[in-house]
Design a protein around this ligand. Sequence first.
Ligand code: PNS
Length: 157
Amino acid sequence: MNIAVMPGSFDPVTNGHLDVLERALKIFDKVIIAIGENPRKQYLFSVDERKAMLRQATKGLPVEIDHFSGLLTDFAKNKGAVAIVKGLRAVSDFEYEFQAALMNRKLDNEIETVFVMTRGMYCYLSSSIVKEVASLGGKLTGLVPKQVESALRKKFS
Ligand code: PNS
């Protein structure tokens, strides 16, 4: 069984993440969504809230949802994953992702990073911009799952 890990903050999950996930599932038998804690970031949703939203959004798919702290390559190895899946949106993502992929290869040469390009309509989409729009009362129809839209509305009401 070919397993991949898809890391991210997922604060909250967007339709862009789900698009990358669906594409990754065409290549891998199972994807482990790995919610990571980036110490430089402040999160709106707790890990449990992010997990619950991901669980609902991925119902019926061969997906496991977990969280990790520490090195991503250690997490991937412990899970028996052969690859790390990262979504690529625009050129602006590339420099950081390139650096991270090469560092992860240095840390564990057995785990490949696979970049999956999102659908064009999601190229401008990020969890940060979604939170900004939600905080200002804007509509997010078609950009996040319905339950995420309600959760955002609740947070900012
Ligand atoms: O894209 P995001 O949301 O900022 O991702 C957050 C997270 C925690 C998943 C990401 O920062 C990550 O993969 N951290 C792992 C830390 C690590 O292994 N660093 C060394 C090689 S780059």
